[in-house]
Design a protein around this ligand. Structure first.
Ligand code: GRG
Length: 363
């Protein structure tokens, strides 16, 4: 069966149901007595970022403000600022961590509150800079392990605060370079197995630093495209099951290195659409599993990157596009003039025209 037919036979994108699902779920996140609230209590900050960003792609900004009561969300984010460390916590009364600091700053960027006078942003910058180690790597908090996820979080957080100059970018890039593996991918630290989630972190961090020159685009593109399995979905490493979240981790990396066409977008879109809950909304990791806000965000974001649903019956189902480097709506990245670099290999995606480009050398 040809690929276009496969997509035609997939369920339609049920955007309105996803909007209702996200609004319903966000109310549950705020209730520690509910199942979802209890499960996500410690990482509520990221849950709220996933929900708000997914909604921002699916509905107009005014509707998001009304549906989510964003003013109340911002007040809550402020209560999660940990005055002792200077970072933001996953929820009120917890310790600051770089993961939740990024989610908090992304929420503030989404709601246009990056200059809220209640936060001492210079202390947030100092918290992030204090996490850098002498070899250039980053830990997540004062006691944590080293992980390239934290390098990406530090880079994006400081870019949002216009403070990238406060860290040693050169040392951080050298560390990222040492996490690259022979297969073209990269791991969480030096010698770590290549994993698609870490590839996103490494590639997007190098894009923010405008240092994509350290990557072999063809080798990495090959490893990423090998992640597509028979169902059309993507796995995170060899011999593993497909999961909707890799639609984001892999497509964003492929977008940055200009090689989205190296996988079949129609087969992937068909897979994501099959993971929707057609009755109650939401997207799951795999068909027939229970949806959650993490997979709903990454499924919607993956479809946005594919641009598949800008065609045919689903035309105009997205109100904004997502940026593959910052995982924020493209207009926010453009307005804040955030830095970034992309490789031009396939035709340039017009969303990425804001970035500087790398001329690839023939290896
Ligand atoms: C702003 C989008 C954004 C991200 C912030 C937290 C972070 C930076 C990035 C996380 C990257 C990452 C490591 C993603 C992978 C998440 C995941 C599904 C891990 C599952 O790993 P395994 O080993 O699953 O349980 P597999 O699929 O390998 O079997």
């Amino acid at each position: 069966m040809d690929e276009i037919k496969l997509l035609e036979q997939a369920p339609l994108f049920c955007a309105d149901k996803h909007v209702s699902y996200i609004v319903r779920l966000t109310q549950q996140l705020s209730s520690p007595d509910s199942f979802e609230g209890a499960l996500t209590e410690h990482l509520k900050m990221s849950g709220v970022y996933w929900a708000l960003t997914a909604l921002s792609l699916l509905t107009a900004k005014k509707t998001v403000d009304e549906l989510m009561n964003t003013a109340e969300i911002v007040d809550w984010v402020i209560t999660c600022w940990d005055e002792t460390s200077g970072g933001f916590a996953g929820n009120t009364g917890q310790d600051g961590h770089i993961l939740y600091t990024l989610s908090a700053l992304q929420i503030l960027a989404l709601t246009d509150n990056l200059n809220d006078p209640r936060i001492q942003f210079d202390r947030v910058v100092r918290f992030i800079a204090s996490l850098q180690q002498t070899d250039g790597s980053f830990v997540g908090d004062a006691f944590g392990e080293i992980d390239t996820r934290f390098t990406y979080c530090a880079f994006q957080s400081l870019a949002l605060l216009q403070a990238l100059h406060e860290i040693d970018i050169h040392a951080a890039v050298n560390y990222l370079k040492r996490t690259l593996n022979f297969d073209g991918g990269c791991g969480a630290n030096i010698g770590g197995e290549s994993h698609a989630g870490q590839v996103f972190c490494g590639v997007a961090a190098l894009s923010i630093a405008c240092r994509l020159d350290v990557i072999d685009g063809d080798q990495l593109g090959w490893w990423l495209s090998e992640r597509q399995v028979d169902s059309g979905g993507l796995n995170g490493r060899p011999e593993k099951q497909a999961d909707v979240c890799y639609s984001w981790w892999i497509l964003s990396a492929l977008s940055i290195i200009g090689r989205v066409s190296w996988i079949s977008g129609d087969r992937l879109a068909g897979y994501i659409l099959k993971c929707q809950d057609g009755d109650d909304g939401g997207i799951a990791d795999r068909p027939d599993d229970m949806p959650d806000v993490f997979h709903t965000f990454f499924g919607v974001a993956g479809l946005s990157l594919l641009g598949t649903l800008h065609r045919g019956e689903n035309i105009n189902r997205f109100s904004r596009t997502i940026d593959p480097v910052y995982a924020l709506p493209s207009d926010i990245v453009r307005n804040l003039k955030l830095p970034g670099q992309v490789m031009i290999h396939d035709e340039l995606d017009s969303r990425l025209a804001i970035y500087c480009t790398l001329e690839e050398k023939t290896r």
